[in-house]
Design a protein. Structure first.
Length: 283
């Protein structure tokens, strides 16, 4: 999706300074991290469809599925599929469970120099993973998918969840003064050095979905937003419990906000050379 170049806070246009920056190295391996808990109805098809799309598009990849305490046949199915898909790396999170903890477990295991976080229920489109890879190879540090940007879309999105999503994202946009309009979407891509630069990652649950992008923006990494599509799961049940997560989202939001305005840049990325298009985010 094209658009103007904006500064690192996503608030104002600025001209790219092409001559001042060197391009980063091309990426060599994409790690896709998929947290899964009790996803026996869809995990095999999610992995197989993703692998097929990435193979057909020539994207070197590994698929890391983190079983986060499943009590059904998810783990058995993953081991079965790994016999057919060599790129599948099934691992178990044997410590405390939680969406964020499962993602961090995947970060610890990944070998790629880029990573995409994807849901296990096939709500995210495999073709968008390829688009993320291409954007990261343009030199951006992060790529954020928006279901609500022009060109994006949702299918069978629960109306109450939609209202809460739009309210939460409006709040985050105003608080952090960024133009990204789907911050809470888990489906995002990063270069590996962004993950390293966003340490420590403290969110143990779904609040990790806002910790990573907000930290990346606050710490000065480049980003681009592109439209993506989303469809509601066809099997299993959603794991996000809105009543339980509200205060946890707010905690992470305030934690990163305090860093933005009171840390005096102590955690910001130290730039020596960056791509021309890394002077901020693009919408």
């Amino acid at each position: 999706m094209g658009g103007e170049i904006v500064d690192k806070t996503g608030t104002a246009p600025r001209a790219p300074e092409i001559e001042d920056f060197a391009a980063p190295p091309q990426l060599t391996l994409l790690s896709v991290i998929i947290p899964a808990r009790d996803e026996e109805g869809c995990i095999a098809s999610t992995v197989e469809h993703l692998h097929l799309e990435l193979r057909l598009r020539g994207v070197p990849h590994e698929i890391i599925v983190v079983d986060d305490g499943s009590t059904d046949q998810t783990w058995a199915l993953l081991n079965e599929v790994s016999g057919r898909v060599a790129e599948l790396v099934p691992i178990q999170n044997v410590n405390e469970h939680g969406f964020g903890r499962a993602i961090v477990r995947g970060f610890q295991a990944m070998k790629g120099d880029a990573v995409v976080i994807m849901m296990a229920d096939e709500s995210d489109d495999c073709r968008d993973v390829v688009r993320y890879w291409n954007v990261l190879n343009e030199g951006y540090d992060c790529v954020f998918g928006s279901r609500f940007a022009k060109g994006g879309g949702v299918i069978d999105y629960p109306w109450l969840k939609y209202l809460l999503n739009r309210a939460a994202n409006f709040f985050l946009r105003a608080l952090f003064r960024v133009r990204l309009n789907d911050i809470t979407n888990a489906f995002k891509g990063y270069r590996r050095d962004v993950i390293d630069g966003c340490q420590p990652i403290i969110a143990p649950h779904f609040n990790l979905t806002i910790e990573l992008p907000l930290k990346a923006i606050v710490r000065g990494y480049s980003w681009k937003m592109i439209p993506v599509t989303w469809r509601n799961r066809q099997s299993g049940v959603a794991k996000l419990k809105i009543r339980e997560m509200g205060s946890r989202y707010l905690f992470i939001c305030l934690y990163v906000w305090l860093e933005k305005y009171f840390s005096r840049g102590d955690y910001r990325r130290k730039l020596s050379a960056a791509p021309a298009n890394s002077r901020g985010g693009e919408l």
